[in-house]
Write a protein that binds this ligand. Sequence first.
Ligand code: SF4
Length: 415
Amino acid sequence: MTVRDPTLDSVAEKVSRNERLTRDDALALFQSNDLLTIGRLADQVNRRRNGDRVFFAANQHINPTNVCVLRNTCVFCSFARMPREEGAYTRSLEEVFAEADAARDNATREFHIVGGLHHKLRLAYYLDMFRGLRERHPGVHIKALTAVEVAHLARIEQLSVRDVLTAMKDAGVTSLPGGGAEVFSPAARATIADKKLSGAEWLAVHREAHEVGLPSNCTMLYGHVETMADRVDHLLALRALQDQTGGFLTYIPLAYHPDHNELGEALGRTGTATSGFDDLKNIAVGRLVLDNIPHVKTHWPMVTPFISQVALTFGCDDLEGTVVFERVYHEAGAATPMWLSYDQIVTLIRGAGKEPVERDSLYQTVRTFEDWVPGQRPARPEGPEGATFRISHRPPAGARGRRTLPVLQEIASAE
Ligand code: SF4
């Protein structure tokens, strides 16, 4: 293989020998602009594992509440609200069940349930939700609650994290999503999410989940204040835990969106999301460094379906699914659709010359598409009557009084 950037020569040799990459290798990849080489190497690794298969789940996102006790400290978040703030909502169980029922004809195989850290919602609310969904939709997997939500529930219930996870599993949860990891670097975290659980605590929750038999996903939020070294150390921490537990199913790099949050305003980045170049590089480097995590997913609501389609030849073997109701990233200014139909996903994957495979949460094959006839699946359902699915953007950060971001202040005074 021709390598244009000579700093990647040794990485290319290691990839051809199927050898683990070091910290320096990972840093060289993030620092290189030889995107096509990085992509080709990642594609090579992905093809060894997954051939031409690209997985997707017919999933439905459910966000029970956007009220969050960390609303004023996670400065990158556009989703959360204070309890009485405009746009704040908390769904009753009946509303959650109605939203889930609305997609009944959509062949949903997975509920992806995440939300804010509500000050009053107790563990019983979530357990009743999981049992109710399980009863109403017995064939649908439940992937629920980020490590941050699990730790929050453990704290307000005065239970151990393991007890909360065990109760969730008993109520029907089959896996955990990977949100809340952001970037583990204490310095970056101090700027973007200084009251959120630490990187070590996030990893500890996932370790416990794996030990009680709940596999999980892992993520990294990139494109904000993190350094290339922060990215590398984050990936290496995920790889180290996976060496011990083997419980991560999928790695998902998440692109930071700067609209409607304090961080975007402080950085002067509103309206400027990550570049396609960086989106593809993060997919590819993730595939190359995380040699022990089976799957790498591209999240089309953040990076657009078009970048996601290209990512399928940059080391990615999994495309975010149908979603149905996407709120979290659209609050942050994502200009992508809020959902994709079954047909659109199959067409995107085929358009990249790949073989679509519908999977469940645990990557068991639901169906393949040799005999696929477009237009056979129902389109997105209407929401239940009375429930609000409209996105209402938060007021600009300045309208709420601006908080000083410590690391940004240091950067400004150093310049
Ligand atoms: S990122 Fe999560 S924990 Fe932080 S404010 Fe948003 S919803 Fe709350």
